[in-house]
Design a protein around this ligand. Structure first.
Ligand code: FUB
Length: 450
């Protein structure tokens, strides 16, 4: 009965757009890319691009980015994300070519209680050189989730993509964007017009594409961060300076190229509750087409001299997972070298997620930061596949595989979900380890506790 009630709550939450999932990638109901995260009113708001599959019957490249609108998402804990729906769409902006599907990387900032959403798109207007090209527009709202009213014209004197806005401590706002080079200029108080001639930042890598600038300040250092193709695909790099318009000096790499070869990366930095996070993207939901991307988050740390420690992408991501939520073990924190792998559940529907496959005895996967709260849970629900039956061990907080409970899983020809009594669970935040305590292969989709 309790399970049925939980399922009903889950279905209701999904219907109103609340995704009760953690881990990387963080958004599960659509492709998302180019994430700009901002903290407004104590919550994190995520403004990504919205990749879609190229619609049939349009005069569009099949192998390219395709984006018609933007959604905004919010979270209080970086784990549960609410999709607030579409905020700006290509067919509702006067200056945008509504057949171009070119709504690329956006940004959003707050000033004096108004929210300014900046987005690039192909213009329907021909410029002085007879070209349409990318312009950058602004849409304005009273709340972070909108409704947003787009301006009728793009920002004058700006041609390019990937807008980013920084407001310095003295109140001066700056716009950054890219088009081959990375540009910056002051913005007027109205946030919709330039207040200086654009400058092209010097001393950045001369060879290889640079795009996606994201500027932030910490302890008097200004960090100009950007994706750059040093080798074959993009990696995240940064330069430092003591002024929002430079000069900047190259300082290093924030994140190496994606191991799976995703051609782009695009990012933002955010400090939430005294921890820095890097939002970035890979193409987890679309392993064979890297223009359908998905947003991820990992923690980020600075060295004492202000330089940035390189971020290694993880599957576990950030945030606490409630013990009662589905814990996707395949988003592990650590995994044994031998006998444990992950694979997609359904290669015809990648959004169905992944499974953990144990093929050898004592192979294991560890999932950190599961919040058991103050409850003394006694049951574990597990979705598994074990053709010949199997035995799974559950351990807490250490890697020596001190199994607190062994669970016998009946044989079956397909996926099965069982709820079994478990011993040795503790209250508070725990790292859990599931291992193969038998000598038969076992696949696990998720576990949860009650
Ligand atoms: O999403 C389209 C483009 O790909 C962005 O504008 C770039 O930064 C790259 O991520």
């Amino acid at each position: 009965m309790k399970i049925r009630v939980l399922f009903a709550i889950y279905t209701l939450l999904s219907a109103i757009g609340l995704s009760v999932f953690a881990q990387n990638p963080i958004i599960h109901n659509q492709y998302t890319a180019d994430p700009t995260a901002r903290v407004f009113n104590g919550k994190v708001y995520l403004y990504p691009s919205h990749d879609i599959k190229t619609p049939e019957g349009k005069n569009l490249r099949k192998d390219w980015f395709c984006m018609a609108d933007y959604h905004v998402f919010s979270s209080e804990n970086l784990t549960d994300w609410t999709d607030h729906g579409v905020i700006v769409s290509q067919n509702k902006v006067k200056w945008v070519d509504s057949t171009s599907y070119s709504m690329w990387a956006p940004d959003c900032v707050e000033r004096n209680g108004k929210y300014y959403f900046y987005f690039p798109a192909n213009s329907n207007q021909v410029d002085a050189n007879g070209r349409k090209g990318f312009g950058i527009g602004v849409a304005i709202a009273d709340k972070p989730e909108g409704p947003y009213i787009p301006q009728d014209e793009p920002i004058k004197n700006v041609k390019g993509i990937d807008p980013n806005v920084f407001i310095d401590k003295d109140g001066q706002a700056y716009l950054y964007w890219s088009q081959g080079n990375i540009y910056g200029a002051k913005l007027k108080e109205n946030m919709t017009e330039l207040d200086s001639e654009p400058v092209i930042f010097q001393n950045l890598p001369a060879k290889g594409l640079k795009e996606g600038p994201f500027l932030f300040e910490r302890n008097g250092n200004y960090y100009l961060t950007f994706p750059h193709v040093e080798n074959k695909i993009e990696r995240l790099e940064y330069a430092m300076g003591d002024n929002p318009l430079g000069p900047f000096k190259m300082a290093g790499v924030v994140m190496d190229e994606a191991p799976n070869g995703c051609w782009t990366n695009h990012h933002s930095f955010v400090n939430f509750k005294n921890q820095w996070y890097l939002f970035y993207h890979q193409n987890d939901w679309s392993p064979k087409f890297d223009k359908n991307r998905s947003v991820r988050i990992d923690s980020l740390f600075f060295n004492t001299d202000g330089t940035i420690q390189k971020v290694k992408p993880t599957l576990r991501g950030v945030g606490m997972t409630k013990a009662t939520d589905k814990i996707q073990l395949d988003r592990y924190s650590l995994i044994s070298d031998k006998g444990a792998t992950i694979a997609y559940n359904d290669t015809l529907n990648y959004f169905d997620g992944w499974k953990t496959i144990f093929t050898e005895i004592n192979s294991w996967a560890q999932y950190n930061s599961v919040d058991f709260g103050a409850e003394n849970y006694k049951w574990m629900e597990i979705k598994y596949f074990a053709k010949n039956g199997g035995i799974v061990g559950l351990s807490l907080n250490q890697l020596q595989l001190k199994v607190v409970t062994k669970i016998k899983l009946p044989a079956g020809t397909g996926w099965r979900t069982v709820r079994v009594k478990v011993k040795g669970l503790k209250t508070g935040v725990q790292n859990i380890i599931l291992s193969n305590a038998g000598n038969k292969a076992v696949e696990i989709d998720w576990v949860r506790f009650d």
